[in-house]
Structure formats: C-alpha cells, structure tokens
Design a protein around this ligand. Structure first.
Ligand code: ADP
Length: 441
C-alpha cells in the first residue's frame, strides 16, 4: 500500500510538472514569437522611413549594413523579384524572390510576413517585408530558436525540478501513508475491544464487519474445541464400560447367571458408541457439504408417513400411540436429510414421553408455507433449557437421554438440516404438558 501511494503521488507530481512546463513553454514561445515579429516590423519600418534604399541609385555595391546589423538580414528586392541587395549573401547569387510569400504579400498589401524553418536545425527564420515608395520591397529577417530548442534548453532544469519533486513526494507520501495507516493498525489491534471507536467514520462498517468476523472465528474455534472435548468424553464413557465388563468376564469373575447381563451391557454400550459415531459423522457431513446438496421436489407428507410407520413399533413398545395427519405437500429439499430430520423429532417425541402418551405428526400449509409439526404430550422442556436444546451434546436430563439411547446430537442435526433448507424452526414446550416442534418450509 505504501509503495503504491508513493508511486501514485510521484507519478501525479511528474505529470503535473511536465504539463506545467509544456504549457508554460508553449505560452512563452507564443509571446517570444510575437516579440520577434514586432521587433522585425519595427526594424523594417525604421529602415523604410530612412528612405535610404530609395536614395541609393541601385548601386548596391555601396550599401553595407553587415557590420552594423549582424543579427538582422536585410534583403532588397526589385519589382520583378530580382534581389538587388542582401547583407548576408552576395545578391547576384540569390535567385529571384518573387516566389517568397512575404515578398508577394508586400507587393500586394504593402507588408508581408512569414516564418520558415531554417537550414540549421532548431532554428526558425522570421521574415518581414515592406513595400517602399519606389515599388521595391525591403525585407528583414532574423533567426530565432524553434519551440523544440527552447524546450530542450530548459530540459535540464525540468529534470532537476522533477527529481526534487519526486524526492519531496516520496517524503510526503511516507508521512501521509504512515498517518493514514496508523489508525487502521490501531483499529486491527483493538478488534477485541468493543468500545474502541475507529478514527475514520468511513472505516466503521469495515471495523464492525471485522469485529463480528473476528468474534465468529473465535466462537467457531471455541465451539470446535468444546465439541472435540465433548466427543472424547462421550466416547470414553461407553468404551470404559465395555472394557471393564470384558475384563471381568475375561478374568472369570462373573458368575454364570450374571454373565448375560454383562453381555447385554457390552452390547448396549457398543450400540451407544455406534449411535454416537453415526451422529458425529452426520454432523460433520452436514458441516462439509453445506452447499453441495442435491435438492428435488419431495412430498413432505409421504416422507413423514414413512418415518411414522418405521417408528411405530418402537412407540408401541413404550405404550405410546403415534398418528399422522395432513395431505400431500410438495417441498424443495433433500429427501434423505428431511427423513433424518423427521426421524429425530419423532424419536424424541417418543423418547421423552410417558407410557400411554401420544405423538402427533402433522403436515399442512400455513400462510402459503408448508409446515411439519411434531407434537407430543410428554415430559416437556423447561423454559430455561429451550434455547439450549439445539446445542451439540446439550441434554436436559442426561441420564434419561442416555438410558433411552440418546446422543445429545439429534436436535443439533435437526437445526443444521433446517438451516440448509432455509426453513424456520419453532419450539413450544411446557414441562408436564408436552412439546411441539414446528418446521416451516
Ligand atoms: P438426545 O439424543 O439426548 O435426545 P437431542 O439433541 O435430540 O438429544 O435433544 C436434546 C435434549 O432436548 C434431550 O436430551 C432432551 O432433554 C430434550 N428434548 C428433545 N426433544 C424433546 C421432547 N420432545 N420432549 C422433551 N424433551 C426433549
């Protein structure tokens, strides 16, 4: 950033200097040309007013102006264009001057002017011609620097000025960038300080965004850490149990009549491990493929019916009745994930219910949006826990969850699937009354 600002400032300065110098040179050269012409016309008119060329009897050998007027070339031209006299070259060597525009102009208008590139590079010759009373024309000429040579003569100064200005610009830009960047650096180092106000108002949205991103990153890192710690803990418990039971069996320390119980415990803990690992895999898959999931039109009612049928056996075992109500309702979603979502909600409604309890699954349309409602009249969730039940591994009653095969990840998976489908989740629950969870697509 600093070097970019340096380069841009220096670039702007160089352009500004060049533009100024070119502009001033052109203006100056215009004035200079005008001055040269004015001087020439004065000289020509002065010479004319001396009536010297009208008095000399065309005996040009007598005329000698070369010593007096060195920078001024004086040419005297007869009516037919013949050069009668030239103080710079011998008149006899010069060709007829009738073709010279300034001479033609002088013959017709009384005065004539012209500028021509001189033989010597970088020089222009300015001509001014006046018609004398005797019909001849007197022309004066002088050489002056061309625009290019004027420009080149100031080039070393321009280069020097440019170098000085670039140095000054680099110094200024160093100071400026330091001043500009300093508050940004301070802002970055104060990202965690919510009270910090950035010195530039324009930076407020950026600092807000950075701060919230920073907070999100920290929160995500913390959640990952917590999750890893929780997973390790959750895996360790059943594994320790399995290892302990197996050790006792291996050492022949269990009487034959109790062995079956130990085998049962080992299997139960192994099932728990499997359930846990399955849920962890599901969650990590959901985290990973968030945006690459194939969506299709599916009938929510049909999927819900399938889940209810599959779970009705386990509901019956717990003396819980399960019913479904609604009609064909099409949604845009992933069938497998939707099935997972419904299964988790219905399983919970069975798991946290009382014998003789009821579970009702409804699929209907509310305000143009398809809605899935899973309602039970079970133990309910206390208000204080309602916000947290969707967190990973959060359980209201840990022992009940474990005893019924819960992993503490079911509702976290539900929440994730709901987010993927851009749907809304609603929880209504009261302890002792029951729980209703609605998903609005
Ligand atoms: P779990 O595997 O323990 O059921 P979940 O994430 O599915 O984990 O649910 C988290 C917690 O929310 C459960 O442990 C339970 O305490 C509570 N919960 C979930 N569904 C219900 C429900 N229908 N009725 C009462 N409590 C529920």
């Amino acid at each position: 950033m600093k070097s970019k600002i340096n380069k841009r400032l220096a670039g702007i300065a160089v352009l500004a200097v060049i533009a100024t110098v070119v502009g001033i040179t052109i203006i100056y050269y215009g004035l200079f040309q005008r001055q040269v012409r004015a001087d020439l016309s004065v000289s020509a008119k002065l010479l004319r007013d001396t009536h010297y060329f009208e008095s000399v009897n065309i005996d040009t050998d007598d005329i000698d102006l070369s010593t007096d007027i060195e920078e001024l070339r004086v040419t005297w031209v007869a009516e037919d264009g013949t050069v009668l006299y030239d103080n710079d070259a011998s008149a006899k060597l010069l060709t007829n001057h009738n073709d010279r525009p300034e001479i033609q102009e002088a013959f017709t208008d009384g005065v004539g002017e012209a500028v021509r590139k001189s033989d010597t590079m970088n020089q222009n010759t300015f001509y001014y011609a006046v018609l004398l009373d005797n019909g001849t024309v007197l022309r004066v000429a002088t050489n002056a620097q061309s625009l290019w040579s004027v420009f080149m003569s100031v080039a070393p100064i321009i280069i020097l000025i440019i170098l000085i200005i670039i140095t000054i610009c680099i110094l200024i830009s160093h100071l400026l960038t330091r001043q500009l960047i300093r508050p940004i650096e301070v802002m970055v180092s104060n990202l965690e300080n919510a009270d910090y106000e950035s010195p530039y108002k324009e930076l407020d949205p950026l600092s807000e965004m950075l701060r919230s991103q920073h907070t999100d990153v920290l929160a995500a890192a913390k959640a990952r850490q917590d999750f890893t710690a929780n997973v390790s803990h959750e895996l360790k418990t059943p594994l320790t149990a399995i290892s302990g039971y197996a050790e006792l069996l291996e050492g022949g320390m269990v009487s034959e009549d109790k062995q079956n119980h130990f085998y049962h415990e080992i299997r139960k803990n192994a099932d728990r491990l499997l359930a846990l690992i399955n849920d962890i895999i599901k969650l990590s898959e959901l985290d990973r493929v968030d945006h690459g999931i194939a969506f299709e039109q599916i009938d929510l009612y049909e999927v819900a019916k399938e889940c209810v049928n599959e779970l009705s056996v386990s509901a019956k075992l717990k003396d819980i009745s399960i019913d479904i109500d609604g009609k064909e309702s099409s949604i845009h979603g992933n069938r497998e994930l939707i099935k997972e979502l419904i299964e988790n909600l219905v399983q919970n409604a069975i798991r946290y219910n009382n014998p003789g309890g009821k579970v009702m699954v409804t699929v209907n349309t509310i305000d143009n949006s398809t809605c899935l409602i899973v309602k039970d009249n079970g133990i309910g969730i206390p208000a204080a826990d309602q916000q947290r039940v969707f967190e990973r591994f959060y359980r209201v009653d840990k022992s009940r969850s474990k005893a019924t095969g819960g992993t503490g990840l079911g509702l976290a998976i539900v929440k994730h699937i709901v987010e993927i489908h851009d749907a809304k989740l609603q929880l209504d629950s009261a302890p002792g009354v029951g729980t209703t969870i609605s998903v609005l697509f």
